[in-house]
Ligand binder design. Structure first.
Ligand SMILES: [Zn+2]
Length: 148
């Protein structure tokens, strides 16, 4: 089994990587879509480091400091932007663009789809079959839009 979080190997092609980190940032909040109820709760949020590097074999870019043990999705996590009219306009533009090169009844897979807002728009506009996967989605949010 490939250990995709072994920092010495590319998580995409599993080839040993060189230490070619091109960006570092430290003490960055682990999750950026969490609603904190107090200022102090926000200040105490779990942080981690970012060290971006590119695999010289396949070109995959990744955070070599990523540790999945820090990721804990709970009821405070909310990635929805559905209440922003500006963001909805942006999504509509992207859907319109994608509609120019999709065909009716095609299957579309969106990885990291959140609660499927974008995928639902795409399915309605383009008459495609959408499938979405997001690790943050709990069972109550998986509805008729084929979210996994
Ligand atoms: Zn690679």
């Amino acid at each position: 089994m490939i250990d995709i979080f072994n920092k010495k190997y590319c998580p995409c092609c599993n080839v040993q990587t060189e230490n070619n980190i091109f960006y570092k940032a430290f003490g960055i909040p682990i999750l950026n879509n969490v609603v904190y109820h107090t200022h102090q709760e926000g200040k105490d949020a779990q942080t981690g480091d970012v060290q971006l590097q590119a695999c010289s074999n396949c070109g995959f870019f990744y955070n070599s400091s990523f540790n999945p043990k820090f990721i804990q999705y709970d009821s405070r996590y909310n990635s929805s932007r559905v209440y922003s009219s500006i963001f909805n306009q942006y999504l509509d533009q992207i859907v319109e663009h994608i509609s120019t090169f999709t065909s009716k009844n095609e299957n579309i897979l969106e990885l990291g789809c959140g609660d499927g807002e974008f995928l639902k728009k795409l399915c309605q506009k383009c008459s495609v079959q959408g499938f979405g996967y997001d690790i943050s989605i709990d069972d109550s949010e998986k509805d008729s839009c084929n979210l996994f």
